[in-house]
Ligand binder design. Sequence first.
Ligand SMILES: CC1=C(CCC(=O)O)c2cc3nc(cc4[nH]c(cc5[nH]c(cc1n2)c(C)c5CCC(=O)O)c(CCC(=O)O)c4C)C(CCC(=O)O)=C3C
Ligand SMILES: [Fe+2]
Length: 380
Amino acid sequence: MAEQHAPAPRDPAPYDALLLLSFGGPEGPDDVVPFLENVTRGRGIPKERLKEVGQHYFLFGGVSPINAQNRALLDALRKDFAGAGLDLPVYWGNRNWAPYLTDTLREMVLDGRRRVAVLATSAYASYSGCRQYRENLADALSALEAEGLPLPRVDKLRHYFNHPGFIGPMVEGVLASLADLPEDVRADAHLAFTTHSIPDAAADGSGPVAEHGRGGAYVKQHLDVARVIVDAVREETGVAHPWRLVYQSRSGAPHIPWLEPDICDHLEELHGEGVPAAVMVPIGFVSDHMEVLYDLDTEATAKAAELGLPVRRSATVGADPRFAAAIRDLLLERAAAERGKAVERCALGELGPSHDLCPIGCCPARSERPAAAGADSPYA
Ligand SMILES: CC1=C(CCC(=O)O)c2cc3nc(cc4[nH]c(cc5[nH]c(cc1n2)c(C)c5CCC(=O)O)c(CCC(=O)O)c4C)C(CCC(=O)O)=C3C
Ligand SMILES: [Fe+2]
Protein backbone atom coordinates (compact mmCIF):
# COMPACT_ATOMS: atom_id res chain seq x y z
CA MET A 1 0.00 0.00 0.00
CA ALA A 2 1.20 3.47 -0.87
CA GLU A 3 0.65 4.60 2.66
CA GLN A 4 3.39 2.33 3.95
CA HIS A 5 5.94 3.91 1.62
CA ALA A 6 5.18 7.49 2.54
CA PRO A 7 7.63 8.92 5.10
CA ALA A 8 6.20 8.80 8.60
CA PRO A 9 4.90 12.28 9.39
CA ARG A 10 6.30 12.07 12.91
CA ASP A 11 9.47 10.11 12.61
CA PRO A 12 11.15 9.43 15.96
CA ALA A 13 13.92 7.34 14.36
CA PRO A 14 16.58 6.59 15.53
CA TYR A 15 14.85 6.73 18.93
CA ASP A 16 12.81 3.82 20.19
CA ALA A 17 11.85 5.30 23.57
CA LEU A 18 11.65 8.45 25.66
CA LEU A 19 12.91 8.40 29.24
CA LEU A 20 11.65 11.01 31.70
CA LEU A 21 14.55 11.44 34.13
CA SER A 22 13.75 13.13 37.42
CA PHE A 23 14.80 13.73 41.00
CA GLY A 24 12.35 11.47 42.86
CA GLY A 25 10.81 12.13 46.25
CA PRO A 26 9.41 10.34 49.30
CA GLU A 27 5.92 8.80 49.14
CA GLY A 28 5.32 8.65 52.91
CA PRO A 29 6.87 9.41 56.34
CA ASP A 30 9.09 6.30 56.38
CA ASP A 31 10.68 7.32 53.09
CA VAL A 32 11.81 10.78 54.19
CA VAL A 33 15.08 10.01 55.98
CA PRO A 34 16.33 7.38 53.47
CA PHE A 35 15.41 9.77 50.64
CA LEU A 36 17.42 12.59 52.23
CA GLU A 37 20.33 10.20 52.70
CA ASN A 38 20.20 9.38 48.99
CA VAL A 39 20.12 13.06 48.04
CA THR A 40 22.95 14.20 50.25
CA ARG A 41 25.37 11.26 50.17
CA GLY A 42 28.82 12.83 49.87
CA ARG A 43 27.45 16.35 49.38
CA GLY A 44 28.50 17.86 52.72
CA ILE A 45 25.12 19.22 53.82
CA PRO A 46 25.00 20.24 57.52
CA LYS A 47 22.94 17.93 59.79
CA GLU A 48 20.77 20.81 61.04
CA ARG A 49 19.78 21.66 57.47
CA LEU A 50 18.78 18.05 56.84
CA LYS A 51 16.59 17.97 59.95
CA GLU A 52 14.95 21.18 58.84
CA VAL A 53 14.28 19.91 55.30
CA GLY A 54 12.93 16.65 56.74
CA GLN A 55 10.40 18.75 58.65
CA HIS A 56 9.25 20.35 55.38
CA TYR A 57 8.40 16.88 54.07
CA PHE A 58 6.75 15.75 57.34
CA LEU A 59 4.57 18.86 57.22
CA PHE A 60 3.13 17.40 54.01
CA GLY A 61 2.65 13.87 55.41
CA GLY A 62 6.10 12.77 54.23
CA VAL A 63 4.94 12.95 50.63
CA SER A 64 6.83 14.97 48.05
CA PRO A 65 4.59 16.42 45.36
CA ILE A 66 7.17 15.63 42.68
CA ASN A 67 6.13 12.02 41.96
CA ALA A 68 2.49 12.89 41.33
CA GLN A 69 3.68 15.72 39.10
CA ASN A 70 5.82 13.33 37.09
CA ARG A 71 2.97 10.82 36.77
CA ALA A 72 0.77 13.62 35.44
CA LEU A 73 3.48 14.62 32.98
CA LEU A 74 3.81 11.01 31.80
CA ASP A 75 0.05 10.93 31.17
CA ALA A 76 0.23 14.23 29.32
CA LEU A 77 3.12 12.95 27.19
CA ARG A 78 1.35 9.71 26.29
CA LYS A 79 -1.78 11.65 25.36
CA ASP A 80 0.20 14.14 23.32
CA PHE A 81 2.15 11.43 21.45
CA ALA A 82 -1.02 9.47 20.70
CA GLY A 83 -2.77 12.62 19.46
CA ALA A 84 0.17 13.44 17.19
CA GLY A 85 0.42 9.93 15.76
CA LEU A 86 3.78 9.38 17.42
CA ASP A 87 4.19 5.77 18.43
CA LEU A 88 6.91 5.86 21.07
CA PRO A 89 6.92 4.33 24.57
CA VAL A 90 7.57 6.65 27.50
CA TYR A 91 9.43 5.52 30.65
CA TRP A 92 10.24 7.19 33.97
CA GLY A 93 13.27 6.86 36.25
CA ASN A 94 14.67 8.91 39.16
CA ARG A 95 17.99 9.83 40.74
CA ASN A 96 16.95 9.57 44.38
CA TRP A 97 13.84 7.44 44.76
CA ALA A 98 11.81 4.68 43.15
CA PRO A 99 11.37 4.11 40.31
CA TYR A 100 15.17 4.29 40.28
CA LEU A 101 16.91 5.11 37.02
CA THR A 102 18.94 1.88 36.93
CA ASP A 103 15.79 -0.25 37.33
CA THR A 104 13.99 1.67 34.60
CA LEU A 105 16.92 1.47 32.20
CA ARG A 106 17.16 -2.29 32.83
CA GLU A 107 13.45 -2.66 32.09
CA MET A 108 13.92 -0.66 28.89
CA VAL A 109 16.76 -2.88 27.72
CA LEU A 110 14.78 -6.02 28.49
CA ASP A 111 11.91 -4.48 26.48
CA GLY A 112 14.36 -4.22 23.58
CA ARG A 113 14.95 -0.46 23.65
CA ARG A 114 18.38 0.44 22.26
CA ARG A 115 18.31 4.16 21.50
CA VAL A 116 16.82 6.36 24.18
CA ALA A 117 16.04 10.08 24.21
CA VAL A 118 16.21 11.45 27.75
CA LEU A 119 14.30 14.43 29.10
CA ALA A 120 15.47 15.66 32.51
CA THR A 121 12.97 17.59 34.64
CA SER A 122 15.40 20.44 34.98
CA ALA A 123 15.30 23.15 32.34
CA TYR A 124 18.65 24.89 32.88
CA ALA A 125 22.38 24.22 32.84
CA SER A 126 24.06 23.45 36.19
CA TYR A 127 25.81 20.57 37.88
CA SER A 128 22.64 19.54 39.80
CA GLY A 129 20.31 20.05 36.85
CA CYS A 130 22.45 18.63 34.05
CA ARG A 131 25.81 16.96 34.63
CA GLN A 132 24.65 15.11 37.74
CA TYR A 133 21.87 13.52 35.66
CA ARG A 134 24.50 12.55 33.07
CA GLU A 135 26.54 10.97 35.88
CA ASN A 136 23.42 9.07 36.98
CA LEU A 137 23.01 7.80 33.41
CA ALA A 138 26.65 6.64 33.36
CA ASP A 139 26.18 4.88 36.71
CA ALA A 140 23.06 3.11 35.41
CA LEU A 141 24.83 2.05 32.20
CA SER A 142 27.75 0.75 34.23
CA ALA A 143 25.37 -1.30 36.41
CA LEU A 144 23.75 -2.85 33.32
CA GLU A 145 27.17 -3.55 31.85
CA ALA A 146 28.13 -5.43 35.04
CA GLU A 147 24.95 -7.49 34.62
CA GLY A 148 26.02 -8.43 31.12
CA LEU A 149 23.10 -6.64 29.48
CA PRO A 150 23.34 -4.88 26.12
CA LEU A 151 23.76 -1.13 26.62
CA PRO A 152 21.30 1.29 25.07
CA ARG A 153 22.59 4.57 23.69
CA VAL A 154 21.23 7.49 25.70
CA ASP A 155 20.92 11.04 24.32
CA LYS A 156 19.91 13.88 26.63
CA LEU A 157 17.56 16.39 24.99
CA ARG A 158 18.72 20.01 25.06
CA HIS A 159 17.89 22.53 27.79
CA TYR A 160 14.39 23.85 27.26
CA PHE A 161 14.32 26.95 29.50
CA ASN A 162 13.69 29.14 26.45
CA HIS A 163 11.29 26.87 24.57
CA PRO A 164 7.91 28.61 23.96
CA GLY A 165 6.10 25.53 25.34
CA PHE A 166 7.88 26.07 28.66
CA ILE A 167 7.63 29.87 28.80
CA GLY A 168 4.08 30.28 27.44
CA PRO A 169 2.31 28.59 30.36
CA MET A 170 4.43 30.61 32.81
CA VAL A 171 3.41 33.89 31.15
CA GLU A 172 -0.20 32.85 31.53
CA GLY A 173 0.47 32.02 35.18
CA VAL A 174 1.96 35.45 35.89
CA LEU A 175 -1.02 37.16 34.21
CA ALA A 176 -3.39 35.10 36.37
CA SER A 177 -1.47 35.98 39.55
CA LEU A 178 -1.46 39.68 38.68
CA ALA A 179 -5.20 39.55 38.00
CA ASP A 180 -5.66 37.91 41.40
CA LEU A 181 -3.97 40.81 43.25
CA PRO A 182 -6.13 43.65 44.56
CA GLU A 183 -6.68 46.11 41.74
CA ASP A 184 -5.20 49.09 43.57
CA VAL A 185 -1.76 47.44 43.89
CA ARG A 186 -1.72 45.43 40.66
CA ALA A 187 -0.01 47.88 38.32
CA ASP A 188 2.81 48.56 40.79
CA ALA A 189 3.46 44.92 41.66
CA HIS A 190 7.03 43.67 41.35
CA LEU A 191 7.83 40.32 39.75
CA ALA A 192 10.23 38.22 41.83
CA PHE A 193 11.57 35.47 39.55
CA THR A 194 12.91 32.69 41.74
CA THR A 195 15.12 29.69 41.24
CA HIS A 196 17.12 27.23 43.31
CA SER A 197 20.18 28.87 44.83
CA ILE A 198 23.41 27.02 44.08
CA PRO A 199 26.98 27.72 45.26
CA ASP A 200 28.53 30.75 43.50
CA ALA A 201 31.30 28.45 42.28
CA ALA A 202 28.77 26.05 40.73
CA ALA A 203 27.01 28.96 39.01
CA ASP A 204 30.30 30.34 37.64
CA GLY A 205 31.12 26.96 36.14
CA SER A 206 27.69 26.18 34.72
CA GLY A 207 27.34 25.49 31.01
CA PRO A 208 30.18 25.40 28.49
CA VAL A 209 33.04 27.13 30.33
CA ALA A 210 34.31 29.14 27.38
CA GLU A 211 30.94 30.63 26.46
CA HIS A 212 29.89 32.26 29.68
CA GLY A 213 31.35 34.77 32.12
CA ARG A 214 30.75 35.10 35.85
CA GLY A 215 27.47 33.57 36.97
CA GLY A 216 27.78 31.14 34.09
CA ALA A 217 24.99 29.81 31.95
CA TYR A 218 22.75 29.18 34.98
CA VAL A 219 22.22 32.85 35.84
CA LYS A 220 22.23 34.01 32.21
CA GLN A 221 19.56 31.52 31.20
CA HIS A 222 17.28 32.53 34.08
CA LEU A 223 17.74 36.24 33.28
CA ASP A 224 16.85 35.54 29.66
CA VAL A 225 13.64 33.74 30.67
CA ALA A 226 12.70 36.52 33.10
CA ARG A 227 13.10 39.18 30.38
CA VAL A 228 10.97 37.20 27.92
CA ILE A 229 8.21 36.83 30.52
CA VAL A 230 8.35 40.51 31.51
CA ASP A 231 8.04 41.53 27.84
CA ALA A 232 5.17 39.13 27.18
CA VAL A 233 3.32 40.38 30.28
CA ARG A 234 3.83 43.97 29.17
CA GLU A 235 2.40 43.16 25.77
CA GLU A 236 -0.76 41.82 27.44
CA THR A 237 -1.21 44.39 30.22
CA GLY A 238 0.63 47.47 28.95
CA VAL A 239 2.61 47.52 32.22
CA ALA A 240 6.38 47.01 32.40
CA HIS A 241 6.53 45.51 35.89
CA PRO A 242 9.82 46.03 37.75
CA TRP A 243 11.51 42.69 38.37
CA ARG A 244 14.50 40.89 39.81
CA LEU A 245 15.96 37.38 39.74
CA VAL A 246 16.20 36.05 43.31
CA TYR A 247 16.97 32.70 44.91
CA GLN A 248 15.57 30.16 47.34
CA SER A 249 16.25 26.82 49.02
CA ARG A 250 19.90 27.46 49.92
CA SER A 251 21.34 24.47 51.70
CA GLY A 252 25.15 24.45 52.09
CA ALA A 253 27.31 25.56 55.01
CA PRO A 254 26.91 29.29 55.80
CA HIS A 255 30.56 30.19 55.05
CA ILE A 256 30.27 29.01 51.44
CA PRO A 257 28.80 31.71 49.18
CA TRP A 258 25.61 30.77 47.32
CA LEU A 259 23.58 32.86 44.87
CA GLU A 260 21.66 35.69 46.59
CA PRO A 261 19.42 37.46 47.51
CA ASP A 262 17.06 34.97 49.09
CA ILE A 263 13.37 35.45 48.26
CA CYS A 264 12.48 36.24 51.89
CA ASP A 265 15.15 38.96 52.17
CA HIS A 266 14.01 40.30 48.83
CA LEU A 267 10.38 40.57 49.98
CA GLU A 268 11.56 42.45 53.05
CA GLU A 269 13.56 44.82 50.89
CA LEU A 270 10.62 45.43 48.53
CA HIS A 271 8.40 46.17 51.50
CA GLY A 272 11.02 48.57 52.90
CA GLU A 273 11.08 50.41 49.57
CA GLY A 274 7.31 50.86 49.68
CA VAL A 275 6.52 48.40 46.90
CA PRO A 276 2.82 47.53 47.38
CA ALA A 277 2.71 43.92 46.08
CA ALA A 278 4.71 41.14 44.42
CA VAL A 279 4.27 38.02 42.34
CA MET A 280 6.73 35.19 42.99
CA VAL A 281 7.47 33.45 39.70
CA PRO A 282 9.25 30.10 40.21
CA ILE A 283 10.89 29.89 36.78
CA GLY A 284 13.57 27.52 38.12
CA PHE A 285 11.07 24.72 38.78
CA VAL A 286 9.36 22.58 36.21
CA SER A 287 6.53 21.63 38.56
CA ASP A 288 5.31 22.19 42.11
CA HIS A 289 8.25 20.62 43.93
CA MET A 290 8.61 20.72 47.69
CA GLU A 291 10.75 23.85 47.25
CA VAL A 292 7.70 25.56 45.76
CA LEU A 293 5.18 24.24 48.30
CA TYR A 294 7.36 24.88 51.33
CA ASP A 295 9.91 27.59 50.55
CA LEU A 296 7.49 29.79 48.56
CA ASP A 297 3.91 28.85 49.46
CA THR A 298 4.64 28.32 53.16
CA GLU A 299 7.76 30.21 54.25
CA ALA A 300 7.91 33.19 51.89
CA THR A 301 4.13 33.60 51.95
CA ALA A 302 4.21 33.73 55.77
CA LYS A 303 7.01 36.29 55.58
CA ALA A 304 4.93 38.45 53.24
CA ALA A 305 1.89 38.16 55.53
CA GLU A 306 4.04 39.27 58.46
CA LEU A 307 5.15 42.29 56.42
CA GLY A 308 1.63 43.01 55.24
CA LEU A 309 2.81 42.68 51.64
CA PRO A 310 0.25 41.14 49.27
CA VAL A 311 1.96 38.35 47.28
CA ARG A 312 0.89 35.66 44.85
CA ARG A 313 2.84 32.67 43.58
CA SER A 314 2.41 31.97 39.89
CA ALA A 315 1.95 28.47 38.48
CA THR A 316 4.73 26.17 37.36
CA VAL A 317 4.44 24.44 33.99
CA GLY A 318 3.70 20.99 35.46
CA ALA A 319 1.79 18.76 33.06
CA ASP A 320 0.54 21.56 30.80
CA PRO A 321 -0.26 20.14 27.33
CA ARG A 322 1.92 22.86 25.77
CA PHE A 323 4.88 21.52 27.73
CA ALA A 324 4.15 17.96 26.61
CA ALA A 325 4.01 19.21 23.01
CA ALA A 326 7.31 21.03 23.53
CA ILE A 327 8.93 17.78 24.69
CA ARG A 328 7.64 16.07 21.53
CA ASP A 329 9.08 18.95 19.50
CA LEU A 330 12.49 18.59 21.21
CA LEU A 331 12.49 14.85 20.62
CA LEU A 332 11.57 15.08 16.93
CA GLU A 333 14.06 17.91 16.44
CA ARG A 334 16.88 15.85 17.92
CA ALA A 335 15.79 12.73 16.05
CA ALA A 336 15.99 14.62 12.74
CA ALA A 337 19.38 16.06 13.71
CA GLU A 338 20.64 12.56 14.54
CA ARG A 339 19.46 11.46 11.07
CA GLY A 340 21.59 14.24 9.60
CA LYS A 341 18.69 16.52 8.67
CA ALA A 342 18.73 20.29 8.98
CA VAL A 343 16.36 21.22 11.79
CA GLU A 344 14.60 24.30 13.03
CA ARG A 345 15.09 24.82 16.75
CA CYS A 346 12.46 26.72 18.67
CA ALA A 347 13.81 29.25 21.20
CA LEU A 348 12.71 32.59 22.64
CA GLY A 349 14.99 35.24 24.16
CA GLU A 350 18.54 36.14 23.29
CA LEU A 351 20.59 33.06 24.06
CA GLY A 352 19.23 30.91 21.27
CA PRO A 353 18.76 27.13 21.35
CA SER A 354 21.10 25.27 23.69
CA HIS A 355 23.58 22.63 22.48
CA ASP A 356 22.52 19.01 21.85
CA LEU A 357 25.69 17.54 23.28
CA CYS A 358 27.35 18.95 26.41
CA PRO A 359 30.97 19.74 25.46
CA ILE A 360 33.93 18.57 27.52
CA GLY A 361 34.12 20.55 30.77
CA CYS A 362 30.44 21.56 30.76
CA CYS A 363 29.18 22.11 34.37
CA PRO A 364 32.25 20.58 36.02
CA ALA A 365 31.85 18.49 39.17
CA ARG A 366 33.89 18.72 42.36
CA SER A 367 35.26 15.26 41.75
CA GLU A 368 35.48 13.72 38.33
CA ARG A 369 32.99 10.93 37.66
CA PRO A 370 32.03 9.43 34.32
CA ALA A 371 29.06 11.17 32.69
CA ALA A 372 27.06 9.76 29.77
CA ALA A 373 25.32 11.68 26.96
CA GLY A 374 28.04 14.29 26.48
CA ALA A 375 31.24 14.80 24.50
CA ASP A 376 33.18 13.26 27.41
CA SER A 377 30.97 10.15 27.67
CA PRO A 378 32.84 6.86 27.96
CA TYR A 379 29.79 5.21 26.32
CA ALA A 380 28.90 5.18 22.63
C1 LIG B 1 19.68 23.53 40.90
C2 LIG B 1 18.86 22.53 41.70
C3 LIG B 1 17.64 22.03 41.37
C4 LIG B 1 16.80 22.45 40.19
C5 LIG B 1 16.94 21.56 39.06
C6 LIG B 1 15.98 20.42 39.17
O1 LIG B 1 14.77 20.67 39.27
O2 LIG B 1 16.45 19.28 39.17
C7 LIG B 1 17.28 21.10 42.40
C8 LIG B 1 16.10 20.32 42.42
C9 LIG B 1 15.61 19.59 43.48
N1 LIG B 1 16.13 19.45 44.72
C10 LIG B 1 15.30 18.68 45.48
C11 LIG B 1 15.52 18.30 46.82
C12 LIG B 1 16.72 18.55 47.50
N2 LIG B 1 17.82 19.20 47.04
C13 LIG B 1 18.80 19.24 48.02
C14 LIG B 1 20.06 19.81 47.93
C15 LIG B 1 20.56 20.60 46.86
N3 LIG B 1 19.87 20.96 45.70
C16 LIG B 1 20.71 21.70 44.90
C17 LIG B 1 20.39 22.23 43.64
C18 LIG B 1 19.24 21.96 42.94
N4 LIG B 1 18.25 21.08 43.33
C19 LIG B 1 21.96 21.82 45.55
C20 LIG B 1 23.17 22.54 44.99
C21 LIG B 1 21.85 21.14 46.76
C22 LIG B 1 22.94 20.96 47.78
C23 LIG B 1 23.45 19.57 47.79
C24 LIG B 1 24.07 19.17 46.48
O3 LIG B 1 25.02 19.85 46.05
O4 LIG B 1 23.60 18.20 45.88
C25 LIG B 1 18.28 18.53 49.15
C26 LIG B 1 19.05 18.29 50.44
C27 LIG B 1 18.49 19.08 51.53
C28 LIG B 1 18.63 20.57 51.31
O5 LIG B 1 19.66 21.08 51.71
O6 LIG B 1 17.73 21.17 50.71
C29 LIG B 1 16.98 18.11 48.84
C30 LIG B 1 16.01 17.35 49.72
C31 LIG B 1 14.19 18.26 44.68
C32 LIG B 1 13.02 17.38 45.14
C33 LIG B 1 11.94 18.28 45.67
C34 LIG B 1 10.67 17.56 46.02
O7 LIG B 1 10.71 16.61 46.79
O8 LIG B 1 9.62 17.99 45.49
C35 LIG B 1 14.37 18.82 43.45
C36 LIG B 1 13.50 18.67 42.25
FE1 LIG C 1 17.94 20.33 45.23
